[in-house]
Design a protein around this ligand. Sequence first.
Ligand SMILES: [Cu+2]
Length: 128
Amino acid sequence: MKNTTMLAMMILLIIAGGIFIISRGSTNSDGKNGETVAVIEGDAQKITLGTKNLNYYPNTIKVTEGKPVELTLDESVTGCLRSFTIKDLGVSKYARTPNEKIVFTPTKKGTFTFACSMGMGFGKLIVE
Ligand SMILES: [Cu+2]
């Protein structure tokens, strides 16, 4: 009798632990506040931008100086927002589809403004 109680307690603990881990995982992934840090896979720093409230989202991006950046505009990015520019870094490209990546290498540290060609949508690129 005592053994079954123990076993039931153990099972409950394992389930509770599992729920705790799952809930922690989901708050972590949702916890970005409009800011993203580039993910480095292979040689490039990969970033995907979408839109939120008619602007780029996330609209603060952090990258590392001297490493190529591969930027993707997902399918939620429409109209002139697909025309992506970073004036101070000489970046200007119209990416017609998410398959057309915007690739550049930030050659200086600082905070730069990225924007669509008309300046309606914009954000910050932080090069560290
Ligand atoms: Cu625009």
